[in-house]
Design a protein around this ligand. Structure first.
Ligand SMILES: [Zn+2]
Length: 374
């Protein structure tokens, strides 16, 4: 998530605040001010929210530091009005490791709650029932008390067994210890969707906030399911499986006219540009490059003037899932495939997607066969 302000780095992890978080702060400030007509109250209210989100951040940091133990790096943590988001490069493969990473977040909140509990107990900060009823407005003591409850709720709420909540991951990893991961994700996602619908339903009657959370969970379940399906389908599959060996190439000195002609007369939408010896790729020419070149400098423009020089180079035995993820995140459309120094083919996003569809169809057939086998 990029639409945020960069705050700094902690333990090598970039910290961002999403701009909508400021809306939340503004809203809290106005709400408290209108309720109590005092700047002091409004500041305490805002202070509480900021402390609360520090706890949310520590929760995410808990995930990130546990993930690091399993060699998974976290690029950034973003603070959103609905919580924190740690963008890890992936989830650890082993169910036990995923379980530990997922549980580390809520655990942080329970630890904070325990520390606050001890503090409140020692200072007599826990109000009696009568005191609670007569308590008005915010006070510094009440901030600590509220923070205690908030951490308890945060920890418990995140244990709700629905993606993308931590509880969903915990549930999935527990199931994955007994069955294959795709099946486990399927079941966990179904439970998550059911809970999401419940949230939305009850939210309409009781608290509109639940509706938002329900939608968030519903979307999260779908995304997790699709991602896991791709990951497990491509497990053990190498680049060679999705490689195209019948493709057309250009030379840097060719004209855009020739490229446009090839574009029209073939299925290919992007072309490798080869060096003079026709041995290594030196660039890629996409359909957009061709159109832009034609429009801006005419059909006699040389390919080398409009081609992309940034190349990804892969070898045939590289894991396809890793390459595909890189192509998606860096928006790379096509990569030349090498065996040693020899160019043996290309892979493009479209072809990988086709392979995924083929594998999916085959798997579905396999499922049917198993059902019929009972
Ligand atoms: Zn979490």
């Amino acid at each position: 998530m990029k639409s945020g302000w960069y705050l700094g780095r902690l333990a090598g992890i970039k910290i961002y605040i999403h701009w909508t978080f400021l809306i939340l702060l503004g809203w809290i400030m106005i709400a408290y001010y209108r309720q109590h007509n005092s700047v002091h109250e409004a500041m305490l209210g805002v202070g509480f929210i900021i402390l609360l989100f520090v706890c949310v951040f520590l929760h995410e940091l808990g995930h990130a530091l546990m993930a690091r133990r399993f060699k998974v790096t976290t690029k950034s943590i973003t603070i959103l009005p609905i919580g924190g988001l740690a963008s890890m490069e992936k989830m650890p493969e082993k169910p036990l490791h995923e379980l530990l990473v997922a549980i580390a977040g809520p655990l942080v909140n329970f630890v904070i709650a325990a520390v606050l509990y001890v503090y409140l107990h020692a200072t007599g900060g826990f109000p009696t029932l009568e005191e609670l009823q007569t308590m008005q407005g915010m006070s510094a003591d009440k901030v600590v008390l509220n923070l205690f409850y908030a951490n308890l709720i945060l920890g418990l709420f995140n244990l709700v067994p629905a993606f993308p909540m931590d509880g969903g991951r915990i549930l999935r990893s527990l199931l994955a210890m007994k069955m294959d991961k795709t099946r486990a994700t399927d079941i966990a996602a179904s439970i998550g969707r059911f809970l999401a619908v419940m949230f939305i339903f009850f939210g309409i009657f009781f608290d509109f906030w639940l509706v938002f959370i329900g939608i968030f969970i519903y979307l999260g379940a779908g995304a997790e399911n699709a991602q896991q399906a791709t990951r497990s389908l491509l497990e053990g599959v190498t680049v060679a499986a999705a490689m195209i060996t019948d493709y057309k190439t250009l030379f840097p000195t060719d004209t855009i006219r020739k490229a446009a002609d090839m574009l029209l007369r073939s299925q290919d939408n992007e072309f490798l540009v080869m060096d003079i010896n026709n041995e290594r790729a030196v660039g890629v020419l996409t359909r957009e490059n061709i159109i832009k070149g034609l429009a801006e400098s005419g059909p006699d423009t040389r390919v080398q003037e409009v081609m992309q020089r940034h190349l990804c180079e892969v070898t045939e035995e590289m894991p396809l899932e890793e390459v595909y993820r890189k192509m998606l995140t860096e928006n790379i459309r096509v990569c030349p495939v090498y065996r040693g120094a020899e160019l043996i083919g290309i892979i493009d996003q479209e072809n990988i997607q086709e392979l995924i569809m083929v594998l999916m169809a085959r798997q579905r057939q396999g499922d049917n066969a198993m059902l019929a086998g009972i």
